[in-house]
Design a protein. Structure first.
Length: 232
């Protein structure tokens, strides 16, 4: 069995993009930190945004692997969490919850019956693949609480406990860094010119983020193997 999922391998393969920007900033810093400060700042900000995007993509890919394996491995639906059903049809169910008009409710129910009825049974495996686009909807940034909530969609509610057990003394520094990265990305996106890190700081950010993703890969894959099916 592979040590890591294909999602984590893909994440690691994308990290050199971040390092290219960080390294270029470092070289300019050594050359002339004062006169090249705007270029250095742009490269550092770009590397942080790129890194945050790669973490978000990794979490989504990890979930997509689990969804694909549920179908391809013919996992019996009676063994899965009811939360999965909700997120398969969340768009329609939320619209129903927020609608009082009988005619609109009826229209939504017809859409539900036509599109999602085959999924809603506890007999046998899923008859067709689950739409990852619909399942992932609403997961828009990889802040720690958001990732925790995303995994709960699968019924994995002990993520924090498992991650803390796995990381031990690194748990707080690693999870704090995830939130710091997302906070910086948001500030950059809103045009805050002070939102950046030095090239040296970014090296530390990348190291802690890589540790976070590696640990997440381990605990989520272990849980899937016990509760759903193997994903690596």
């Amino acid at each position: 069995m592979p040590r890591y999922t294909s999602a984590y391998s893909s994440f690691v393969s994308r990290l050199p993009e971040v390092e290219m920007l960080r390294s270029a900033a470092g070289q300019k810093e050594k050359k002339d930190a004062v006169n090249l400060r705007h270029e250095i700042n742009a490269l550092c900000r770009g590397s942080l945004v790129l890194l945050c995007g790669h973490v978000e993509a990794y979490i989504k890919e990890l979930g997509e692997i689990a969804l694909d394996r549920l179908h391809s491995n013919s996992v019996p639906r009676r063994t899965i969490s009811p939360r999965i059903y909700y997120h398969i049809s969340k768009d329609i169910l939320d619209e129903l919850k927020d609608t009082d008009d009988p005619e609109k409710i009826t229209e939504k129910i017809f859409v539900f019956l036509q599109r999602d009825l085959p999924f809603w049974s506890q007999s046998g495996p899923f008859p067709q693949p689950i739409s990852s686009d619909r399942f992932n909807k609403g997961f828009s940034n990889p802040a720690y609480t958001k990732v925790k909530a995303y995994f709960a969609r699968f019924g994995y509610t002990q993520y924090s406990h498992d991650l803390a057990t796995h990381l031990k003394g690194q748990y707080k520094p690693v999870t704090n860094m995830v939130n710091h990265l997302v906070h910086l990305r948001n500030r950059i996106a809103h045009g805050d010119p002070a939102a950046t890190n030095t090239p040296a700081d970014i090296r530390n950010v990348v190291a802690l983020i890589r540790t976070y993703c590696r640990a997440t890969d381990a605990v989520f894959a272990t849980w899937c193997a016990l509760a759903l099916c193997k994903i690596r």
